[in-house]
Design a protein around this ligand. Structure first.
Ligand SMILES: Cc1cc2nc3c(=O)[nH]c(=O)nc-3n(C[C@H](O)[C@H](O)[C@H](O)COP(=O)(O)OP(=O)(O)OC[C@H]3O[C@@H](n4cnc5c(N)ncnc54)[C@H](O)[C@@H]3O)c2cc1C
Length: 234
């Protein structure tokens, strides 16, 4: 129902790029449009949209996001607020109970706020943190969130969270189908969306964690690697 593709996770620049990629391959997008009904007798044969359109269908894939299953935690009397609330050790407000993964709301020091992430990396790293602490080895979870998405021959790799950015730097040329969008807040890099640009994805992680004020012109200059820029900060 959103007005652009992947609007929850990427900027308008990246959405525009992917919309063009999809439509140029014959994919028809219905943006700002809801689904009101599936039609069919023994199986679905059509989908009705909120603007009254009837689209013939052989099969339907429903991708509508998730809600965490927090009923168990709720019944146990644990603090729940957009997920099971845990601290940086994956411990709930009951010291004998730990929680990890998509269902947790956990603090992130880099962004200075609570996050609830849906990613394999987060689930795996939180599992290690919880296991260490349960075994008596003090361990704090502090990871930069990252994600990926493969669409056609395009590998999108996302480092960090771009929400709240006030400036965006395009590194490379989208027409080359290899570029990166670097998102800044108060001059500091907070996230990178890299399309077929694995080096920029990897090297931007250090720049995000460094939380230093950076020069936008330098970030846009592809003659200089992000690693070199990170080294300059040291
Ligand atoms: C279609 C799809 C594509 C994805 N693609 C990617 C991707 O490309 N990259 C990426 O990083 N992540 C991706 N993810 C997200 C990734 O799968 C999740 O982040 C990850 O599986 C989270 O692990 P988890 O252990 O927290 O939760 P889950 O894997 O959801 O495991 C939770 C388990 O708990 C069980 N459970 C729930 N309630 C109870 C209960 N009351 N009692 C007992 N058991 C219970 C559930 O049945 C489930 O087996 C994708 C997810 C989907 C759905």
């Amino acid at each position: 129902m959103a007005d652009r593709v992947m609007s929850r996770v990427v900027s308008a620049e990246i959405s525009d790029f992917y919309q063009i990629e999809h439509t140029s391959r014959g994919v028809q997008l219905r943006l700002s449009t809801g689904t009101v009904a599936f039609h069919g007798k023994s199986r679905v044969t059509a989908v009705e949209t909120s603007d009254g359109e009837m689209i013939d269908a052989d099969f339907v894939v429903v991708g509508v996001g998730i809600l965490p299953n927090v009923e168990l935690a709720d019944e146990a009397g644990l603090l729940v607020n957009d997920g099971v609330v845990v601290d940086e050790r994956c411990q709930t407000d009951d010291p004998d109970i730990y929680a990890i993964g998509d269902c947790t709301s956990h603090p992130n020091a880099i962004y200075g706020r609570r996050l609830r992430l849906e990613s394999v990396h987060n689930a795996l790293e939180q599992a290690k943190t919880a296991a260490s602490n349960i075994c008596g080895v003090d361990c704090v979870y502090s990871e930069l969130p990252w994600f990926w998405s493969d669409q056609f021959d395009l590998k999108l790799q996302i480092a960090g969270l771009s929400s709240g950015y006030d400036d965006v730097v395009i590194r490379g040329n989208p027409a080359d189908r290899s570029f990166a969008c670097l998102y800044l807040r108060d001059g500091k890099l907070i996230a990178t969306d890299a399309v077929n640009a694995p080096k920029d994805f990897l090297q931007s992680k250090a720049l995000i964690t460094a939380q230093r004020v950076l020069d936008a012109d330098q970030l846009a200059n592809t003659d200089m690697s992000l690693k070199d820029i990170a080294n300059q900060c040291d």
